[in-house]
Design a binder for this molecule. Structure first.
Ligand SMILES: [Zn+2]
Length: 312
């Protein structure tokens, strides 16, 4: 028997099969034919950021994301930091910016080439609306679990600044959000081979946390690893009428926090307000911010504040 009738039969079957697959979506010619835009290089991303942002900038001014090193990205606005630490097991986002800034942060996560859905944990610096005001929005968009210090957890859950906060009477409420778990000082958050360590650094607020981890260059790049420290504001700012000197325990904790910052594993410092560590200036000049310089500046600021209060 010749193979021909079988061949024709197979063709007929193939035609039927083809007819059956028309239910699958046909490729959208607009997407299929558009050449994929190649991702900008790290250098181009930094240049784009510097083009968008001045040394001192508003909290909600959009800025493009840039890669700090390897798994670590800046996804914040010009004036408020948000840090994405990426990992095949899920990403970690530290800080959200303000409620409207959170939209910029989410867009930046996508622009950097990542999916907001893959953000597994949302962490904080200090519990004020300019850094955690967008938590409810980010949580809704990503499903990420929020981990917080015990004081910050209270603030996040009820949306109200805590009574012990030096700025308690001068700040607006925030959208309340569910907190999954409390983190303690020194606790290590593990995700695959990523380890982020929490450091309690009360001072600017009672619930403030700082975070450290190691970032290494991507394969194919010159091999380099740096210990990154994202350290809280620790500035002695208060509402009208509050005196730090009336709260010696709080000042004691503040001083302990500054000592802690000085001793952090820290090759490169970032801060929730980029200007506090001169980030934009450093990006222009190639300087790397240090935790010891930062600790010295914080000590000076606190001393000045206490001296001013003593003189009043
Ligand atoms: Zn702030």
């Amino acid at each position: 028997m010749s193979g021909r009738p079988l061949f024709i039969a197979l063709l007929a079957l193939a035609a039927t099969a083809c007819a059956n697959v028309t239910a699958y979506p046909t490729p959208d010619p607009a997407i299929a034919t558009t050449p994929t835009e190649s991702a900008p290089t790290p250098r181009e991303r930094v240049a784009a950021f510097l083009e968008s942002c001045e040394k001192w900038d508003e909290w909600d001014k959009p800025a493009p994301p840039f890669q700090i090193l390897g798994n670590t990205w800046y996804v914040g606005t010009c004036g408020i930091s948000a840090i994405l630490v990426t990992n095949p097991q899920g990403h970690v986002l530290i800080d959200s910016g303000t409620e409207s800034g959170a939209e910029i942060v989410l867009a930046n996560i996508r622009r950097a080439g990542f999916e907001p859905n893959d953000v597994r944990y949302l962490l904080h610096s200090h519990e004020h609306f300019d850094h955690v005001g967008g938590f409810a929005k980010i949580r809704e968009a990503t499903g990420a679990e929020i981990l917080a210090s015990s004081v910050a957890a209270e603030v996040l859950r009820n949306g109200l600044v805590s009574e012990g906060d030096p700025q308690a009477t001068s700040l607006d409420p925030m959208a309340p959000v569910e907190v999954a778990r409390i983190v303690e000082n020194g606790e290590v958050l593990k995700l695959g081979d990523l380890e982020l360590t929490a450091h309690a650094t009360p001072g600017h607020t009672p619930g403030a946390l700082s975070w450290t981890w190691t970032a290494c260059s991507n394969p194919g790049e010159p091999p380099v690893c740096r210990r990154i420290a994202y350290v809280d504001s620790l500035s002695p700012v208060s509402a009208e009428g509050y005196r730090f000197s009336d709260h010696p325990d709080y000042v004691g904790a503040f001083l302990t926090s500054i000592d802690r910052v000085r001793a952090l594993p820290c090759d490169e410092l970032f801060t929730p307000h980029p200007s506090a560590s001169g980030m934009i200036e450093n990006m222009r000049t190639g300087k790397i911010a240090s935790c010891t310089d930062y600790a010295a500046a914080l000590t000076r600021k606190l001393d000045e504040r206490l001296a001013k209060e003593a003189a009043q």
